[in-house]
Design a protein around this ligand. Structure first.
Ligand code: ADP
Length: 186
């Protein structure tokens, strides 16, 4: 019986993440999705919300379960009895990052193996940042995320008012905040 841990921030989980989780679930007997608690990033959803959204998006995977974790990923892997850490690779930047962290993890925990799955071509450009940026500019995101996540994002962005212009992909100064909504002036 091989159990794998697929760790990430998942803020929010998108279809690229779901694709990796599904493919991991087809390889390993059990896959635990590790939702990282309090990463050093600005988050749209808190840990409980991200766990809830992941569990809705992956409800169809019977050999998948979800845990929140903090601290070292290898410690989480050991704690849940996972022999393998699964990560997704979109590009060379992901490879450089994952190989560095993966080698450090191997030093700390030689008993835990790393398994990187290449992104499917249709999701290679997709990131949580892009989904948040487009949603924050009132763009359509239903093609990228589970319907319950699209709904939760719309609700959260309405509550928050907007994303900050400093964080936008466009990086343009002509992004202004009007009555709590982002208005992008072409
Ligand atoms: P982290 O902060 O740990 O990178 P993310 O939620 O951004 O958390 O990503 C979790 C994992 O999913 C990482 O291994 C990342 O490379 C992978 N991933 C992210 N987007 C995609 C995608 N479009 N296709 C495949 N894997 C992806």
């Amino acid at each position: 019986m091989i159990r794998a841990l697929y760790p990430g921030t998942f803020d929010p989980m998108h279809n690229g993440h779901i694709d990796i989780a599904q493919r991991a679930a087809a390889i390993f007997d059990e896959v635990i999705i590790g939702v990282y608690d309090a990463p050093p990033k600005k988050l749209l959803f808190n840990t409980d919300e991200r766990v809830e959204l992941v569990s809705t998006a992956l409800a169809h995977l019977t050999n998948c379960s979800i845990v929140a974790f903090t601290g070292l990923t290898v410690e989480c892997a050991r704690a849940v009895g996972a022999r393998v850490i699964v990560r997704g690779l979109r590009n060379v930047a992901d490879f450089e990052f994952e190989s560095q962290i993966g080698l450090a993890n191997r030093q700390m925990a030689p008993d835990v193996e790393l398994c990187c799955l290449l992104s499917s071509t249709e999701y290679i450009y997709l990131s949580s940042t892009i989904v948040k940026e487009v949603a924050g500019l009132d763009g359509e995101i239903s093609q990228w995320v589970h319907p319950s996540i699209a709904q939760a994002m719309r609700r959260r962005l309405a509550e928050n008012g907007t994303v900050s212009s400093a964080d936008t992909l466009s990086g343009k100064k002509n992004v202004t905040k009007t009555r709590g909504k982002l208005t992008h002036h072409g």
